[in-house]
Design a protein around this ligand. Structure first.
Ligand SMILES: Cc1cc2nc3c(=O)[nH]c(=O)nc-3n(C[C@H](O)[C@H](O)[C@H](O)COP(=O)(O)OP(=O)(O)OC[C@H]3O[C@@H](n4cnc5c(N)ncnc54)[C@H](O)[C@@H]3O)c2cc1C
Length: 457
């Protein structure tokens, strides 16, 4: 029988996606002992089914915050800058600009760059092919994990355990039930998006050059709210795919077939270079992202934008911030829930506010249907500024939209719906900003959150 190999460290990070590596990089920079484990082979860490969009503004921000390397165009980590980002409905007039610029990145190349940058710090150790199986809990504190490796089981004892395992949230799911009072142990199906993507090569230059397009294709009508994307990765290469909520009514729908039907319509001769599906959380952040000796980052903390499924930027950002708050807690010799709470507050003040409009829009579409949304866009009642403003500055007021909504006097039900959507977004934002300073004050805040979340249109 193989012996149990034991390691002792300050922080064990489970998962080497953007959330995990940015956290390891931040802690490594501060000289804090870290072990990062990932179930994948080392050369595959960073590879991820993704639409590949990452806004260079975010990469610049993370670089200035902590020196996190940016995706390098020379090394083909940054594949293409996008000048156009648009949401397109089925009617030619239903077009909304979603941003001023973005880019597509090669997830594997950039992920490997970040992994290598983290490993350069003497205090950071990477253990690939280590699958987290068990969480060690003593006296109400998470104290590390046990992982299965090709050589046998390893046991890593740590002061703090970071769940960066993506949408599977495996560390959280393996916690004892009694520790999951302030966050759900498993995220309900209907709060997850199922997403499927293909990388394709076209014979001639495609029609989506230097662009990121989110579209509402007729094939998606039955699974709405959802979206299709065409993201350019170069003159003859595209990342295409779709995502929709895993609601009960969508059970049994075949995402591959829906995708194939759209692809064959647009690119009948395309060569398929890669294809795979995965899930993305589409909800507000976990109500609390910490416990004694425990922190959740990225998708494991439900930190992906429900409006468009973008989670790469939030994973990098939350990994960095978790690293900063963890370093602070360790310096004080206190890694209890109370000491780590500031991270949860940061996440809610930031992403609770940013995701509010996405949640409100999903509820609006569920009640009033996509056709009504498209009609509002065609009539210029919902304009690009409304959505752009929300993405750039989620705290901005939607006064313009409210004024324009009065054009709907003859459609009072729809007017009521638009007002309800805006009020709902505002209510979530207000509540996110009022996140308690202390876990002792969480109960009342959580009760109110549940009521807000249950609101139907
Ligand atoms: C089809 C699709 C398209 C998307 N498009 C975009 C997009 O265009 N732009 C964007 O910003 N976001 C997009 N996203 C979302 C984005 O990919 C994620 O939000 C982001 O990767 C989250 O990063 P993460 O570090 O939290 O998790 P992940 O990137 O999922 O990394 C988790 C890591 O944990 C490891 N792991 C899992 N379980 C275990 C275990 N038991 N033991 C050890 N290791 C484990 C995995 O191997 C992996 O390396 C898309 C997602 C999907 C599915």
């Amino acid at each position: 029988m193989t012996e149990l190999k034991e390691y002792v460290t300050d922080v064990v990070i489970c998962g080497g996606g953007p959330g995990g590596v940015s956290c390891a990089f931040t802690l490594g920079k501060k000289g804090i002992p870290v072990i990062l484990v990932d179930k994948k082979k080392k050369e595959k860490i960073g590879d991820k089914v993704c639409g590949d969009a990452l806004n260079p503004i975010l990469s610049d921000r993370f670089h200035s915050l902590i020196g996190l390397p940016k995706p390098d165009p020379e090394k083909k980590e940054l594949m293409e800058f996008a000048d156009v980002i648009e949401l397109r409905g089925q009617h030619p007039k239903a077009v909304i600009k979603l941003g001023d610029g973005s880019a597509t990145v090669d997830r594997l190349r950039y992920g490997q760059h970040l992994l290598n940058a983290a490993e350069e710090f003497d205090s950071v150790k990477i253990i690939p092919e280590a699958r987290v199986q068990k969480v060690i809990v003593n006296d109400g504190f998470v104290q590390g994990v046990e992982c299965l490796t090709p050589e046998g089981t390893i046991r890593i004892t740590a002061k703090i355990t970071v769940d960066a395992t993506g949408s599977s949230g495996i560390v959280r799911r393996r916690l004892p039930k009694e520790m999951c009072q302030k966050f759900p142990q498993t995220i309900p199906r209907e709060q997850m998006l199922v997403a499927y993507r293909e990388i394709i090569r076209t014979k001639t230059p495609h029609q989506f050059q230097r662009g990121l397009y989110l579209t509402y294709e007729p094939e998606l009508e039955e699974v709405m709210p959802g979206y299709y994307w065409f993201f350019s990765r170069g003159e003859n290469e595209l990342n295409i795919g779709l995502g929709y909520l895993m609601e009960e009514r969508n059970r049994g729908k075949n995402i591959r077939e829906i995708n194939e039907s759209v692809r064959k319509r647009y690119f009948p001769d395309a060569e398929i270079l890669a294809s795979q599906g995965d899930q993305i959380p589409a909800r507000l952040p976990l109500p609390s992202l910490v416990h004694n000796g425990f922190v959740a980052v990225g998708d494991a903390g439900a930190l992906a934008n429900p409006l468009n499924g973008e989670g790469h930027g939030p994973a990098l950002n939350s990994g960095i911030h978790a690293g900063l708050f963890i370093a602070d807690a360790l310096s004080k010799g206190d890694w209890s829930e109370k000491s780590l709470w500031k991270y949860s507050k940061w996440a809610w003040n930031h992403y609770g506010v940013e995701f509010a409009m996405g949640i409100a829009l999903i509820k609006f579409m569920e009640k009033y249907g996509y056709q009504n949304f498209e009609w509002l866009v065609i009539q210029d009642i919902i304009k690009e500024d409304d959505i752009l403003l929300q993405l750039r500055d989620p705290e901005a007021k939607h006064k313009g939209l409210l004024k324009r909504a009065f054009k709907l006097m003859k459609r009072p039900k729809l007017l009521f719906g638009v007002r309800k959507m805006l009020n709902h977004a505002d209510e979530i934002k207000k509540h996110a900003k009022a996140y308690p300073d202390n876990p002792d004050d969480f109960g009342q805040w959580y009760e109110k959150l549940k009521k807000i979340e249950q609101k139907k249109f």
